[in-house]
Design a binder for this molecule. Structure first.
Ligand SMILES: Nc1ncnc2c1ncn2[C@@H]1O[C@H](COP(=O)(O)OP(=O)(O)OP(=O)(O)O)[C@@H](O)[C@H]1O
Ligand SMILES: [Mg+2]
Length: 451
């Protein structure tokens, strides 16, 4: 480890330098601030130790310049009694710690080690946070299809506000992913993102889970407990499966949303919080409202910005990109790919479990694969044999057989239909020149009116 020592007191410099060298540190000693900065710019140091009072450039100015160049390097100030009032003052101007003259070897080493330990922790924290943030940047969310692009745009815009967001979509469509993306792209990103899964917590415990309780509030409340709303203060709370929230709690939640205030169970002390609420459900809330199972006023509070994620079968353009994304995610160092036929099978399937189902499948395929190229043989039968209800592109071959001409006729009709009767477009869909299409149509007696 390299240390730069700046002190105009030649003797003190020598003593400190010697003590540090004895500990195995490499020390460069200079006698004034200007020399110190020159050396700092030319070499890589882990630690700078500088006296405050020096003739030309004082320690504070050195500190400011060093901090401008490098936020990471550890900086210890040496103060004569009274030049810096406290550690707090020293830290405010960017030092990690300070030593008051006279100090002994033990104090010096203790301050140094403490600063090193703290910096290590800070760095680890930063890395963790960075990883989390990276993970939920939009770049890790596949959104190629038109509807997903639109959702990304809304997500981006809403991230900067505090508006309540209601995310709707079938199971596995990515509701939680969107919620996290909103939080981690919002000004609240360094504050907690707290998830609460409403149906997984028994109704009688959910209230305490959300709002906390005080000791003795009910049997079993043996000490005060903070609820999720308090934990999320400054950040975001994600209320998953809000459609399952009990009616009593719907009323309480509404109040928190309106007033940003609540009480722990058993207390009448109001607690103020600043929490952004994102809710999600796979249920049809309008239906629940008609059945009087979900409060309308709560619905309007929650859905200031509604985001409806379409099921995967309605945005199949995303499938090839998702497949690619998950192949990379689960392949580790290997390079997996998929044959066009296998991909076709995945495109035809209707994905009732949406992206989650696709992700699970790819993970399984990668784990079990014998080669790094996934082929039709690897795709489970329930997928390859499932009829595609939506696009009608599945070709049904009856047990007694069917003329190839008939099949060709069906496909041509389908292409014409998709192209709204435009022959050039239909030919493009079938990857043939237009004159070939016209020839085939004549030969097979395809009637335009049928399309
Ligand atoms: N657009 C996407 N790009 C990449 N991964 C996605 C996308 N959408 C969903 N996923 C992944 O699919 C899985 C399911 O997503 P998520 O948990 O967000 O869905 P959900 O709607 O909350 O599902 P559930 O209703 O089952 O709780 C997660 O692993 C998520 O990372
Ligand atoms: Mg979910």
């Amino acid at each position: 480890m390299n240390i730069l020592l700046i002190d105009d007191d030649l003797n003190l410099g020598k003593v400190i330098g010697y003590q540090l060298q004895q500990q195995g540190y490499h020390v460069d000693t200079v006698l004034n601030g200007r020399e110190g900065l020159k050396k700092f710019k030319r070499n890589a140091y882990d630690v700078v130790i500088s006296d405050i009072k020096m003739p030309d450039l004082d320690g504070i100015e050195v500190l400011q310049e060093v901090r401008r160049l490098d936020k990471q390097v550890i900086f210890l100030l040496i103060t004569a009694h009274g030049s810096v009032e406290s550690a707090v003052e020293a830290c405010k101007i960017g030092a990690d710690d300070y030593l008051t003259k006279p100090f002994g070897k033990e104090q010096l080493l203790f301050a140094l080690q403490k600063a090193l330990r703290l910096r290590k922790l800070q760095n680890e924290n930063q890395t963790l946070r960075q990883e989390l943030t990276d993970k939920f940047k939009f770049k890790n969310m596949i959104a190629e299809s038109g509807p997903m692009q639109e959702i990304l745009r809304i997500t981006h815009r809403v991230a900067h506000s505090d508006a309540s967001v209601l995310i709707l979509g079938e199971s596995g469509t990515g509701k939680e992913l969107i919620a996290r993306a909103i939080h981690f792209n919002s000004p609240r990103k360094d504050k907690p993102f707290v998830v609460i899964n409403c149906p997984s917590i028994p109704a009688n415990l959910l209230e305490s889970e959300l709002f906390g309780h005080v000791k003795g509030a009910f049997t079993g409340a043996i000490k005060d407990r903070m609820g999720k709303f308090e934990q999320a203060n400054g950040g975001t709370i994600f209320l998953d499966e809000i459609g399952d929230l009990h009616e009593d709690l719907q009323a309480k939640l509404l109040r928190v949303l309106q007033e940003q205030e609540f009480e722990r169970i058993g207390s009448d002390q109001p607690i103020k919080v600043d929490v952004r609420v994102i809710a999600a459900t796979h249920q049809d809330l309008h239906q629940l409202m008609r059945e009087k199972k979900f409060r309308e006023d709560l619905y309007y509070r929650l859905s200031v910005v509604p985001i409806q994620i379409p099921p995967l079968r309605e945005r199949k353009e995303d499938i090839p990109f998702l497949v690619d994304f998950f192949l990379k995610k689960y392949a580790g160092k290997n390079h997996f790919s998929i044959t066009p036929e296998a991909l076709q099978a995945l495109l035809r399937y209707h994905w009732p479990g949406n992206v989650r189902e696709l992700e699970n499948l790819i993970e399984r395929l990668v784990t079990l694969a014998e080669s790094e190229r996934i082929s039709l043989r690897d795709i489970p039968e329930f997928i390859t044999t499932s009829p595609d209800l939506k696009s009608g592109f599945d070709i049904y071959l009856p047990a007694e057989g069917m003329a190839l001409d008939e099949i060709e006729k069906t496909v041509i009709l389908k292409a014409l239909k998709m192209a709204n009767g435009n022959q050039s477009e239909a030919a493009r869909l079938l990857r043939i020149p237009r004159h070939v299409l016209l020839y085939r149509m004549k030969k097979l007696k395809v009637d335009h009116a049928d399309a």
